[in-house]
Design a protein around this ligand. Structure first.
Ligand code: DGP
Length: 112
């Protein structure tokens, strides 16, 4: 298994877990960009949002059902941001689809 996030999900690499269910794993980003910065990932390996199709979109559905639970767990009662980076121009560094949940402060309006 050469995917970093697959190895984190499998427990081979330690992580700070925030939430887990049958289909989803959420853990704190190693390089936080906000007071709360959690990565929410499907356990199924999908390279990026650009690889989502009808045969794997259930995994993404499960992620979006988990995100409000992650936000509640992290105390994000005043809103937050969800971002997924895709490919080279999107600056995606880990090729396992993941959703950044950022919050805990008023975030900048500019997104790029
Ligand atoms: P992206 O640039 O969208 O592919 O985001 C990848 C994120 O993954 C980045 O914010 C840093 C985080 N990250 C990379 N390696 C590790 C790791 O080993 N553990 C944790 N918790 N986060 C990691």
């Amino acid at each position: 298994m050469d995917c970093l996030f697959c190895r984190i999900i499998a427990g081979e690499i330690p992580s700070s877990k925030v939430y887990e269910d049958e289909n989803v794993y959420a853990f704190r980003d190693i390089n936080p960009q906000a007071p709360v910065h959690v990565l929410v990932v499907p356990k199924a390996h999908i390279e990026s949002a650009d690889a989502v199709a009808s045969n794997n979109s259930d995994a993404v559905k499960a992620v979006f059902e988990a995100i409000p639970k992650v936000a509640a767990e992290c105390g994000l009662t005043n809103g937050y941001r969800v971002i997924t980076n895709i490919g080279e121009d999107g600056c995606q560094s880990v090729k396992h689809i993941h959703f950044h949940v950022l919050g805990g402060k008023k975030l900048p309006e500019n997104m790029g």
